[in-house]
Design a protein around this ligand. Structure first.
Ligand code: TXA
Ligand code: MG
Length: 385
C-alpha cells in the first residue's frame, strides 16, 4: 500500500482542508496516524470491527490488547459508556481535553474487537489541535494505539511513525514533534475506587489531590508475578526492550545518607571530586555520585571492548568520559526528559550499541511516568550504587 504523508503547516492552527482527506479515510474504515499531545496515534474508526482488525495487523499487536477510543468533545462520551461514575465525571471535567484516559463500563455500541473482549472501554479526549480537529471532522470515535510496531518505543515524531508504518496504512499526518512524549495516564473509574493503570503527565499527586487517595495497579510498580493479571491488558505483554542491554543506576538511601554526613568516606571523596577541577557543578551530591558511578562502570566496559552508550542529562553530560553519550534532557525539567525519552531510545537502537547505562530519576510527579517507561525498557534491571 502507498502511504500518503500530509504535512500540517501550522501545527497549532491546522486548516480544515489539510485534514479533510484524513477524516474521510477514517470514516471509510482506513487507518491514519496522527499526532496527539502525548505520542503519535494509529487511528481507525472505533465502531468498525474491520478497522480495529487492521490496526492490530499494522502494529503486529495481539488482538486481546484493547484500544483507547478518542473523542473530540464531551457529547461523544455518553453513547460509548453504560454509565459515568462520579470520579469519572470529576476527572473528565478537570483534565479533558488532556493526557488522561478513563476506563468506563462500555455500551453495546462499542464492538468487542475494539476493547479486546473486555466489558469496559478506555476513552480519551486529546488536547492537540490536529488530533481534536481530525476526530471532529471524521465524525466517528477514533480508536488509536500508539503508532509504533508492537515492541518498539512509541513514536514522538512523524519520522518515527514512517519508520514503522510506511506501506502499512493509508496516511501519516505530520505535525512535527509531540509535546509531552510519554503516553497518557490511564485511570480505571469503572470500579468503586479509581485505580491508576498507567502513570503519565496527569500525575498521581494531581489525582490524589483531586479525589483523595487513588489506588495504583501493581503492574506499574514492578515486574508482574506469575499468575497475576494486570488490569490494563497491555501491561502483560513484553514491552519495548532496546536491542542493547539497558541498566538503570540508582543511588541507595544508605549512600545518600553518607553523602550528607561530614567526615564519612563518601562525603570526603565526593566533595573533593566535585571541587577538584575547579568547576561549579551545581549538582546534588547524589546526582554527581550517580553520574560518576555510571561513567566508571561504562569506562570499564568500554576498555573491555564493549560497545556501550550512556543516557545522561544536560547537567551531568560534561562529567562523562565514555565515548558514546546522549542527553535525555534537563534534570531541572522532568518535562524535557519525558519529551526526549523515546527518541533517545530509538536513537540507541539505530546506533547498535550492545549495552546502555542510564541515570535514573525521581519517582515523584512526571518522574513516575519516566521511571515506569525506563524500568520496563530495562526489564527492571536496576543497579543500586
Ligand atoms: O497517550 C496515549 O494514550 C496514546 C495516544 C495515541 O492517545 N495511546 C496509547 O495507546 O498509548 P496504546 O494502545 O499504546 O496503550 C493503551 C493501553 C494498553 O496498555 C491497554 O491495555 C490499555 O490502554 N487499555 C485499553 N483499554 C482498556 C480497558 N478497557 N481496560 C484496561 N486497560 C485498557
Ligand atoms: Mg503503546
Amino acid at each position: 500500500m502507498d502511504t500518503k504523508r500530509v504535512e500540517i503547516k501550522d501545527r497549532m492552527h491546522p486548516k480544515e482542508e489539510e485534514l479533510l482527506e484524513a477524516a474521510r479515510i477514517l470514516r471509510e474504515g482506513g487507518l491514519v496516524a496522527f499526532p496527539t499531545e502525548t505520542v503519535y496515534g494509529l487511528g481507525g474508526n472505533a465502531l468498525d470491527e474491520s478497522a480495529a482488525r487492521k490496526i492490530y495487523g499494522a502494529k503486529g499487536r495481539p488482538s486481546d490488547n484493547p484500544l483507547i477510543v478518542h473523542i473530540s468533545c464531551i457529547d461523544e462520551l455518553p453513547p460509548l459508556v453504560k454509565e459515568i461514575p462520579t470520579a469519572g465525571r470529576i476527572l473528565a471535567e478537570t483534565y479533558w481535553p488532556g493526557p488522561l484516559t478513563l476506563v468506563f463500563p462500555k455500551s453495546d455500541l462499542v464492538p468487542e474487537s475494539t476493547t479486546g473482549g473486555l466489558d469496559t472501554v478506555a476513552v480519551r479526549m486529546p488536547d492537540d489541535p490536529i488530533a481534536s480537529q481530525l476526530i471532529h471532522l471524521s465524525r466517528v470515535p477514533v480508536a488509536a494505539p500508539s503508532a509504533n510496531t508492537s515492541g518498539r518505543p512509541s513514536p514522538t515524531t512523524a519520522d518515527h511513525v514512517w519508520q514503522d508504518m510506511n506501506g502499512k496504512i493509508e496516511m501519516v499526518v505530520d505535525g512535527g514533534q509531540v509535546g509531552i512524549g510519554v503516553e497518557s495516564t490511564i485511570v480505571d473509574v469503572s470500579g468503586p475506587v479509581p485505580v491508576i493503570l498507567r502513570p503519565g503527565a496527569v500525575t498521581q499527586e494531581m489525582l490524589d489531590e483531586l479525589l483523595g487517595k487513588v489506588l495504583i495497579d501493581p503492574a506499574i510498580l514492578g515486574p508482574m508475578e506469575k499468575g497475576v493479571r494486570p488490569k490494563a491488558p497491555g501491561m502483560k505483554y513484553k514491552h519495548y526492550a532496546p536491542k542493547a542491554d539497558l541498566a538503570l543506576f540508582e543511588v541507595k538511601e544508605e549512600t545518600i545518607k553518607q553523602l550528607y554526613t561530614p567526615g564519612s568516606r563518601l562525603y570526603s571523596l565526593i566533595s573533593s571530586q566535585m571541587i577538584s577541577d575547579g568547576r561549579n557543578w551545581n549538582l546534588k551530591p547524589e546526582t554527581f555520585y550517580m553520574a560518576w558511578k555510571v561513567n566508571e562502570a561504562a569506562m570499564e566496559m568500554e576498555k573491555a571492548g564493549a560497545k556501550i552508550g550512556v543516557i545522561c542529562t544536560d547537567e551531568t553530560m560534561d562529567l562523562y568520559t565514555v565515548s558514546l553519550k546522549r542527553s535525555i534532557g534537563k534534570r531541572a525539567s522532568e518535562a524535557s526528559v519525558a519529551h526526549n525519552l523515546y527518541g533517545v531510545l530509538r536513537e540507541f537502537d539505530d546506533l547498535g550499541s550492545d549495552y546502555i547505562y542510564s541515570e535514573s530519576f525521581s519517582q515523584t510527579h512526571l518522574g513516575g511516568a519516566i521511571m515506569n517507561r525506563l524500568s520496563k525498557a530495562a526489564g527492571y534491571r536496576i543497579l543500586r550504587v
